[in-house]
Design a protein around this ligand. Structure first.
Ligand SMILES: Cc1ncc(COP(=O)(O)O)c(C=O)c1O
Length: 424
């Protein structure tokens, strides 16, 4: 595949920084090589002498002298080499991606970092991008300054509808419009709707991507947070042509403050993102990467999967609680589907056209903060009757109170609308 077709002129003009390349060379050089090339500070001057980490399962690890030195130092842009290797092995086992030898990995500072770097490699001024009707707003903030054209694909309860996607693309091609080079997708436990795109639909979307030659950017931070028995099959595992850019994040499953994620894609795309990283923050934080590596080494693949299973049970229970509370407080006022994964309940309010003002003004003063649905649309100034409520963090008592307050808010809004309609 010719990946240069997908890249912007800016991305194609990126060049490696010599000093960064030397760090990479020095890292993999034989032990007796002496490097005076880099601007690394001397670790002896750092005030930290030991970092120990205790885990909830009772185990612990300490960064020994050489690990501590490495953890506090610059590293190659791609990531802490032992972690990069561990992540490669993890990806291989978790997704068994076809064409594995032609793919690479780069460690990024969370999905958002990967998302922005991947999109900025592909989206030039005014370029089109395919997005689901409702999607994570972190995409819009990246592409809006590039005046990207957001082509929204209508959704049903299973995500973007393939037949409509194909029709939109067919019409666009017939009318000679600029064809999109990428589709953003968030297939499992979608933010904000909590859906999981079923396998057949994933396959069909992938087929359309091959037919119309675009890349699929699968932002999958809730991959291991699905509440069904079956493990959703990732787009990466279906990718026989090398057109999936997969984003994994440790934010929801290990810690969001550790700011770590990783991108898996065809090697030329990863190389382009790596060059972008060289021009921004050089590499994702080393201390986080070393801690993550030690954790992976300590737990192994099976230990990590056990941890994910524990999270799944934890959040599933919360999902069940918020669904029951929504029935209790919002019956007759709203419609919602029980989320199949992720962190969010998507609530559609009956009889109210737009939830924005209700939440952003009265909600805030009345002690309940939830995200208005319009925030997840390509044009947030449009009306949307939905609300996104997170069930991840609040206590059960807080969730109970929040939904009770939401019910009051909706009733007040409905009454006001009713009075206004009588007056006019
Ligand atoms: C779909 C989606 N993508 C990306 C992110 C950003 O995650 P990270 O902390 O890994 O940057 C989030 C966070 O809420 C998200 O829901």
């Amino acid at each position: 595949m010719d990946y240069s077709y997908f890249m912007t002129e800016v991305a194609k003009r990126r060049r490696p920084a010599t000093t960064r390349e030397l760090t990479k060379i020095a890292y993999s050089a034989p032990k007796d090589t002496i490097s005076l090339a880099e601007g690394m500070p001397n670790e002896e001057t750092f005030p930290f002498t030991e970092i120990s980490v205790k885990l909830y399962d009772g185990s612990s690890f300490t960064l020994d002298d050489s690990e501590l030195g490495a953890a506090l130092q610059y590293i190659p842009t791609q990531g802490y080499p032992p972690l990069v290797q561990a992540l490669r092995e993890f990806q291989r086992r978790a997704h068994a991606p076809p064409l594995w030898e032609s793919r690479d990995i780069v460690v990024v500072s969370g999905s958002q970092d990967g998302l922005s770097k991947a999109l900025e490699a592909i989206i030039g001024t005014g370029d089109p991008i395919l997005v689901p009707e409702l999607f994570y707003p972190g995409v819009e903030v990246v592409v809006a300054p590039h005046k990207a054209e957001l082509i929204t694909i209508p959704e049903d309860d299973d995500g973007p509808v393939p037949e409509i996607l194909r029709e939109i693309l067919r019409n666009r091609e017939l009318s000679g419009g600029k064809m999109p080079k990428v589709m953003y997708i968030n297939a499992t436990g979608t933010n904000p709707t909590g859906i999981i795109i079923p396998l057949e639909r994933r396959k069909e979307i992938y087929r359309i991507a091959c037919e119309y030659n675009f890349l699929l950017l699968d932002d999958d931070p809730y991959c291991f947070m699905h509440f069904g028995k079956e493990e959703p099959k990732s787009f990466l595992s279906l990718d026989t042509e090398g057109r999936v850019i997969r984003l994994d994040s440790f934010s929801k499953v290990i810690s969001s403050g550790i700011r770590l994620g990783f991108m898996t894609a065809a090697a030329p795309l990863i190389a382009s993102v790596e060059l972008h990283l060289q021009s921004s923050h050089l590499h994702a934080p080393t201390l986080s990467q070393v801690i993550m590596y030690k954790l992976l080494k300590n737990w192994g693949y099976d230990g990590l999967m056990q941890h994910y299973m524990r999270l799944r049970c934890f959040y599933k229970k919360r999902r069940d609680v918020i669904s029951a509370l929504a029935h209790k407080h919002l019956n007759g006022l709203v419609d919602f589907k029980v989320p199949k994964g992720g962190f969010f309940l998507w609530i559609k309010v009956r009889g109210i056209e737009n939830t924005w003002k209700m939440l952003m003004q009265r909600g805030v003063t009345d002690g309940v903060i939830m995200a208005p649905g319009a925030a997840f649309m390509s044009d947030p100034t449009k009306t949307c009757n939905a609300i996104r409520a997170s069930f991840a963090k609040a206590s059960y008592e807080e969730m109970d109170l929040a939904l009770e307050r939401l019910a009051q808010l909706i009733r007040m809004e409905l009454t006001e609308n009713y009075i206004e309609n009588i007056d006019t």
